[in-house]
Write a protein that binds this ligand. Sequence first.
Ligand code: GLU
Length: 474
Amino acid sequence: MTAKVVTRFAPSPTGFLHIGGARTALFNWLYARHTGGRMLLRIEDTDRERSTDAAVDAIIDGLDWLGLKADEPPVSQFERAARHREVAEEMLAADKAYLCFATQAELEEMREKAKTEKRPPRYDGRWRDRDPSEAPEGVKPVIRIKAPQEGETLVRDQVQGDVRFPNRDLDDFVLLRSDGTPTYMHAVVVDDHDMGVTHIIRGDDHLTNAGRQTLIYQAMGWDVPVMAHIPLIHGEDGAKLSKRHGALGVEAYRAMGYPPEALLNYLARLGWSHGDDEVMSIDQMIEWFDIVDVNKGAARFDFAKLNALTGVHIRSTADEKLVEMLMDERDHLPNGANLKAASDERVRQILLQAMPGLKERAKSLVELTDMAGFYFAARPLAMDEKAEGILASGGREIVAKVLPALSAAPEWNGKALEEIVRATAEADGLKLGKLAQPLRAALTGRSTSPGVFDVLEVLGREESLARLSDQASA
Ligand code: GLU
């Protein structure tokens, strides 16, 4: 029996969860779900200067919002420093690593020399075979790996294919600094091994690290996990997306009103495909996802596509679910205050009734909220320019004319109300639209809205008549 799959997402908490990180988390999560395995979360907080608690919270909140929960509590890399040291010392004892007493000045000199010779800066191995008894006084050593000097290291990447690193390029890199703290290169390997990670799925900016990390696995006699380095996300213009670009944090997408399902669908399709399928549910993604199907080429982030896909998701989401989504997201949307009324119960009830008319055109929860806003607006309604134009050019008179018939309506439902307005129109030899347009303006403060008879029904008798009276008597 093969071992159960264990994937991991290993963000550095130096900023929020950016969109590229979210996609890496998604691929790890999908692969774990697809194979019946587990996804773990490791917070790579060894860089104490740049790691913040706020960033850890933002990452965990972002993952929660997306529904990409890890299967175990997060592991802090920083807290495992003693274990990283222990492994470095084990390598030292096994002659797989050595103490290096080169001074800063020596290292600087090596770098300079490499520069003038136009070579990449590499440690020259000067302490590889020297005895620590020769150590200069006052220099605290680092521990360096004793890397093979010939041959090559092969990374059999699931996305990039076989990648070969000539060992002479990998050099004897540092595992443990002179202050006893591990390097990133070393900590990642020890953690992945101890956490039982079987598959490393991460951005291809880490591909060159994979060669060096493989050397640590080999020195320890540990199994090398399966590697999959996924292409980075580029912008619409083809330029690399900047991690620190504020607009690209997951919470920015939340504030733009993308439902998690739609965003995940879009992210999954960035670099991965399943036939011609564009629109997928989470269950379908889980069923279909495989890392070997991820493309090698950089994916381009395209807002127009994301918006179109979000529109499809919104239309196919059940009304009840959309209402709950809006209620949950209200506080995260810039116009969320639109959805506040006397009671949440009333907001829910109105949204539920109005949803079929609203969801047809919305491409985000922000648009949905915007379109629904008039239902909850306080009287007298503020009119937008077009609505005011309609009312000012004879619309108010029409509203005044229809009002008595509507006030006398024996039942308050869209169909019955339409009949009443139609009869009034016919009596005056007017087209239904001539009456509907000013009614819409008076009821919604806008020139476009869902069907005006739906609006009347959802608003209810009392509120509808009050809004119409406000204009009839204005
Ligand atoms: N902490 C690294 C990052 O945020 C990821 C390391 C890894 O996945 O191995 O880019």
